[in-house]
Design a protein around this ligand. Structure first.
Ligand code: DAH
Length: 328
């Protein structure tokens, strides 16, 4: 019987079959259990020896089942490990990689250019006071120049800056000349939104202050930027205009060749001029000279890259964004 039980145990291929073997031999109606029950019928002098023998068999079967269970478990584990085997030396599967937005790339490119010309890059707050956005920049309280820069106001009288120029005064208040800085950043206007106007866009501001800085230096700075952006010898143009914070003031344009039409055209970029004495006074400066210029970054991305609608920059549409993966 011992041998028969051992054969049963060895034949069990999985844990279920092994459980059936346990029931057959050790269960309530199992063979060993039956034999133990039969002990009572034996004469008392045989009972003790028979009992010991049956118990020994029972223990041997239990041990055999336990050993078999461990073997089956190991085999199952090994089979599972083999089935789920992975080669950890294979290169990983990477997800789709993101990329920088065209506006970010154009901004980085501009900052590279200006860093190369010795300018420091600084940034300022988007939530501004009337003082820095207008007053200190020589916009009188009811001056019509304010109307062109309507914006969003908070209840406590602050506003979303309409240009990066407020950083001119903020920077001067905390630094001494001479210096050259550029300020990239987001600006806001209360605009009727259309293909060329958004309620938020980006500008780059430049401010250079020192001794005996002249309009020729301003001219040269714009020329150097044009050369770096569009190649050596690119033509630039200044046309007189009014901005409250410069005197004289001008708008500037860069001549570039449209890649599709092959035609040369003026890319009107922004404003510039010699820093107004009232702006220096607002910053607590005396006896210095300087120039400033500022322009919209969107325009510098839209025209050269042929983006017809400014709203496309902010719609996160991959069909648009993916077209500029290789740009810059
Ligand atoms: N802040 C002006 C605007 O947003 C642009 C500008 C004009 C900036 C002349 C300047 C400047 O620094 O000198 O319309």
């Amino acid at each position: 019987m011992h041998e028969e039980a051992r054969a049963d145990v060895e034949a069990a291929e999985d844990l279920r079959a092994l459980q059936e073997v346990r029931v057959k031999w050790l269960g309530k109606k199992g063979r060993i259990t039956q034999e133990l029950k039969g002990l009572g019928a034996l004469p008392s002098d045989e009972r003790r020896e028979a009992g010991q023998r049956i118990h020994a068999v029972k223990e041997a079967i239990e041990a055999a089942i336990e050993a078999r269970r461990a073997t089956i478990h190991r085999a199952e584990l090994a089979a599972r490990l083999a089935a789920e085997r992975v080669d950890v030396t294979l290169p990983g599967r990477s997800g789709p990689a993101g990329g920088l937005h065209l506006l970010t790339k154009v901004t980085h490119h501009l900052l590279d250019v200006f860093a190369g010309l010795g300018y420091e890059v600084v940034t300022g707050p988007e939530l501004e006071t009337d003082h820095y956005n207008f007053g200190a920049l020589n916009f009188p309280p009811e001056h019509p120049a304010r109307d062109e820069q309507d914006t969003f106001w908070t209840r406590d009288g602050r506003l979303l800056r309409t240009h990066t120029s407020p950083m001119q005064v903020r920077y001067m208040e905390t630094h001494a000349p001479p210096f050259k800085v550029v300020v990239p950043g987001k600006v806001f206007r209360n605009e009727a939104v259309d293909a060329t106007h958004e309620a938020q866009f980006h500008q780059l501001e430049a401010l250079v202050v020192g001794e005996r800085i002249t309009m020729a230096d301003l001219r040269g700075a714009i020329q150097e930027m044009a050369d770096a952006l569009f190649g050596e010898g690119t033509r630039t143009r200044l046309q007189p205009t009014f901005f409250p914070f410069v005197e004289p003031g001008a708008e500037f344009a860069i001549r570039w060749t449209h890649p599709k039409t092959g035609r040369d055209e003026w890319l009107e970029l922004g404003g510039c001029g010699m820093v107004h004495p009232n702006v220096f006074a607002a910053a607590g400066y005396e006896g210095v000279t300087g120039f400033a210029f500022g322009f919209g970054i969107e325009r510098l991305a839209m025209v050269p890259y042929g983006v017809p609608d400014i709203r496309w920059f902010y719609q996160s549409d991959l069909r648009v964004l993916e077209q500029f993966e290789g740009a810059l």
